[in-house]
Ligand binder design. Sequence first.
Ligand SMILES: Cc1cn([C@H]2C[C@H](O)[C@@H](COP(=O)(O)OP(=O)(O)OP(=O)(O)O)O2)c(=O)[nH]c1=O
Length: 205
Amino acid sequence: MEALVLITLVLASASPRRREILSGLGLSFKVIPSTIDEQMAQSLPPGEMVEQLALCKAESVARSCKYSLVIGADTVVVLDGEVLGKPADRREAYAMLERLQGRTHQVYSGLALVETDKSGQICRRSVRHRITRVHMRPMNPDEIEWYIDTNEPMDKAGSYGIQGLGSFWVAGIDGCYTNVVGLSVPLLYEMARDMGHSLIDFTES
Ligand SMILES: Cc1cn([C@H]2C[C@H](O)[C@@H](COP(=O)(O)OP(=O)(O)OP(=O)(O)O)O2)c(=O)[nH]c1=O
């Protein structure tokens, strides 16, 4: 009797937050970080930029995966039309937080799904993005310095983590919470469904 072969879910990301989101759902998946150069899409408008980067991450990993559904994602913070990525150093983190505090910004997260067949060829791809508005409470200079000292801001778009100590200063959001953390779960569910897959089939129970 032939064994039942199920498509493998692969997360093309080094982000611990994206991994935690998927494992928190009880999904069974592999993690293969991508090594693409994120500078290549810098001149695009934010929606196109996060989509292109998410797709490149997923496609670059998909090349080494047979019969898989590969997830790529990219997140940026946008304030006054300007894209804020991850800070290069403490000074940049301080400058970003000083600008974001007391104001509302948008978080754009692109999400790509790339499917490969049994011979490892890419057979289908889908890419979309979601925007969440985030309202920040005012932060004083001592609070900004203290927050940077925790190191939490250093590997995150916009220099804060809504899921961590950054939540001290997030007064509220309009839109999807997991989109701010880096991977919108309802968007992933919808995109998988539209490609003929159900996320429920990847749960471990
Ligand atoms: C705004 C915000 C961003 N982030 C994180 C999510 C992403 O990990 C990071 C944005 O950087 P990305 O370049 O999107 O992702 P990454 O470099 O961490 O991982 P990879 O490219 O391998 O997928 O910022 C939070 O964790 N919380 C937040 O509130």
